[in-house]
Ligand binder design. Structure first.
Ligand code: GDP
Ligand code: IMO
Ligand code: MG
Length: 429
């Protein structure tokens, strides 16, 4: 028996949703532990597409979903998403979804501040999803967040809103954005309370019992290591820790509760929003990857930036993220390419690096050092076994393993749930 955490190893959108859905068939519980509705996880099951932002992907498999305390929850977005997936035939209620009572809430003022600040940054914007994620985490750390449990205490809500509005209205006014009224927010929260509270509980207790009972728990990461607030390409990151260690703090499960960490990476690389991307392609090769990989943001709808697989970066993500095995997705998108490049290091101001330095200027100046590998003309799309892959594709995967210093334990060859090649079952570790 082993519990597994799944985390992104690049800049997000690696196919975590598909992999979590696939692994969920072997799990009893699926837990989200950080991020919020900035995530966009796509699952394709027999022609039906599910796009989830806040709900744990295991719900599509009928598995118990838990939203941990490390997640920032926008109650409107949560209720809207529940309605959306119910309309697709999924059953979501307090029996299938539990929410940590100590999770902080995202309120309309967080989104307003996020967007006003991005607007004020102009060319230097981060390219956030505008959903209030950063401001909500700031309030949590500043100890003024309204949390799920506060919905049960009208007086607490009232007191907390005074402090919250003093802070936010001052900022919004300074940015020339509309301010918020206490009465309106209080009424809104009081109306939301009976809809949200039936889902709320101390989830750490449930996780503790599940663990004692030998249940398998799958931790579903959002975003990715290069968007981690400490280890990513700061400040072009999200506002939470995305590394596997967060599964523990973000759910209330002890640190020994995660036994295997599966990193997810595409066979190439993409990024949404601003920030360094050394192996980015600005030519028709990059556009081709984007077209074949349908690289449009689930949340933002924006075209994703595309480039070659950056082994230097994924190796770094393996180390700091605690990744023990890698799931390599979207191998099929490389089908038909004559040659494929892989980033194996950087040249920065005449010096060679095998890691991405932390400094902003150094990151911006990083010139990738490429190794060129042979492509393949055969189709790998839908391949379900190692034997179905052309020799050049196998060679590509093997070279990646060497460079990132971790084994590829899973391969994905289409958006469909079952088009997956399992090399090693992470739950059996
Ligand atoms: P996530 O944020 O990591 O869950 O990834 P997204 O869902 O945002 O983006 C991944 C996209 O790639 C989705 O549209 C998936 O349906 C799709 N996808 C996942 N795995 C594969 C694969 O192996 N091949 C192809 N062609 N598409 C895939
Ligand atoms: P999934 O889970 C890709 C990016 C945004 C922006 C930066 C900060 O689907 O992989 P934020 O709104 O979080 O303050 O934005 O992070 N970003 C993502 N990029 N996939 C995601 O999630 C992302 N979540 C946030 O584009 O650059
Ligand atoms: Mg996504």
């Amino acid at each position: 028996m082993a519990n597994v955490a799944v985390i992104g190893a690049q800049w997000g959108d690696e196919g975590k949703g598909k992999v979590v859905d696939w692994l969920a068939s072997r799990a009893d519980i699926v837990v989200r532990f950080q991020g919020g509705h900035n995530a966009g996880h796509t699952l394709v099951v027999g022609g039906q597409t599910y796009k989830l932002s806040l709900l744990p992907s295991g719900l599509v498999r009928g598995k118990l979903g838990i939203i941990g305390n490390g997640v920032v929850i926008d109650p409107d977005a949560l209720l809207a998403e529940i309605e959306k997936v119910r309309a697709q035939g999924l059953s979501v209620g307090p029996e299938t979804l539990r929410i940590a009572e100590n999770a902080p809430l995202i309120l309309p003022l967080h989104g307003a501040l996020d967007r006003a600040r991005e607007g004020a940054r102009g060319d230097r914007k981060i390219g956030t999803t505008g959903r209030g994620i950063g401001p909500a985490y700031e309030d949590k750390v500043a100890r003024r967040a309204i949390r799920v449990c506060d919905l049960a205490e009208p007086e607490t809500l009232s007191d907390k809103l005074d402090e919250l509005l003093l802070h936010h209205n001052t900022l919004l006014r300074g940015l020339g954005a509309p301010t918020f009224e206490k009465r309106e927010l209080l009424d809104k929260l009081l109306a939301l309370a009976p809809k949200i509270l039936p889902f709320a509980e101390p989830v750490w207790e449930r996780l503790d019992s599940a663990r004692k009972a030998g249940k398998r728990i799958l931790f579903e990461g959002a975003q990715a290591v290069m968007l981690d607030v400490d280890h990513g390409t700061y400040p072009f990151v999200t506002s939470s820790n995305t590394v596997a260690a967060t599964a523990s703090a973000g759910s209330g499960m002890g640190i020994s509760g995660v036994n295997f960490v599966l990193g997810i990476a595409k066979a190439y690389c993409t990024r949404v929003g601003s920030g360094p991307f050394p192996t980015e392609l600005h030519d028709e090769v990059g556009l081709g990857l984007g077209d074949r990989g349908h690289e449009f943001g689930t949340v933002t709808g924006r075209r994703r930036r595309c480039g070659w697989f950056d082994a230097t970066l994924v190796r770094q993500a393996v180390k700091v993220g605690g990744i023990q095995g890698l799931a390599l997705t979207k191998l099929d998108v490389l089908d038909g390419m004559k040659e494929i490049k892989v980033g194996v290091g950087y040249r920065i101001h005449g010096e060679t690096f095998r890691r991405l330095p932390a400094g902003l200027r150094a990151q911006a100046a990083a010139e990738p050092i490429f190794e060129t590998l042979e492509g393949w003309s055969e189709s790998t799309r839908g391949a379900k076994s190692w034997a179905d892959l052309p020799a050049a594709a196998v060679k590509y995967v093997r070279r990646i393993e060497e460079l990132i210093e971790a084994p590829v334990t899973l391969l994905s060859t289409s958006p469909e749930r079952d088009d997956t090649i399992l090399v090693r079952d992470p739950f059996e570790d």
